[in-house]
Write a protein that binds this ligand. Structure first.
Ligand code: 5GP
Length: 196
């Protein structure tokens, strides 16, 4: 039998939806590989270069974009974010389940990508959080300024409008219920028949 192709699960949802935590937890449990993005934003306290993100200067980011190294990149909340194409393709060819925690614009770009491996491996999930609950979460994590929180809430409504483009939707409730639903999806996707 031919080698099995991995799965690429794109996970989007507003900031505060818990998507990063879900992806990280499943990755730490060995259920998937977390795709580490490049970004021009400043590290938050506790974030580590090469683990949470590859933190780049704007010049470094632009050089990678010009060299065609990104599978997708987008400006989100005033900073640039992008995923390195070679990393993703290599993992998929090794049969891995890769989760990409990216915004709705990034998801559009990955869907439009005609690379055969990506077309076969692709799946996507949107995490929806009711507006009032989202506000509580963003205020509670105390990592962003009031201006940043206001901008993220405004963007959340626009992001929610993109939900119909996704195959799967997780309506966020509590942490454990979300994780159970997320890992069930990863398990289901790992049973797909897609060969290299
Ligand atoms: P944060 O700054 O809170 O870590 O992330 C802000 C937003 O950028 C989130 O919606 C996150 O999903 C998105 N993001 C993170 N990495 C990437 C990426 O590589 N590409 C795109 N398009 N969005 C990303």
């Amino acid at each position: 039998m031919k080698a099995k192709l991995g799965t690429l699960l794109v996970v989007s949802g507003p900031s505060g939806s818990g998507k990063t935590t879900l992806c990280r937890r499943a990755s730490d449990a060995g259920l998937c590989v977390y795709s580490i993005s490049c970004t021009t934003r400043q590290p938050r306290p506790g974030e580590v270069n090469g683990v949470d993100y590859h933190f780049l200067s704007m010049d470094e980011f632009k050089a990678k974009a010009a060299a065609g190294e990104f599978l997708e990149y987008a400006e989100v909340h005033g900073n640039c974010y992008g995923t390195l194409k070679a990393d993703i393709i290599e993992l998929l060819e090794q049969g891995k389940t890769v989760v990409m925690d990216i915004d709705v614009q990034g998801a559009d770009s990955v869907r439009a990508c005609q690379e055969p491996v990506l077309l076969k491996a692709y799946a996507d999930l949107y995490i929806h959080v009711p507006q009032e609950e989202l506000k509580n979460r963003l205020c509670g994590r105390q990592t962003d300024s009031e201006e940043v929180i206001a901008l993220r809430l405004k963007n959340a409504a626009a992001e929610d409008a993109c939900l119909p483009r996704y195959t799967y939707c997780l309506v966020s409730s509590d942490r454990e219920a979300d994780y159970a639903a997320f890992t069930a999806l990863l398990k289901t996707l790992s049973m797909r028949v897609s060969l290299l």
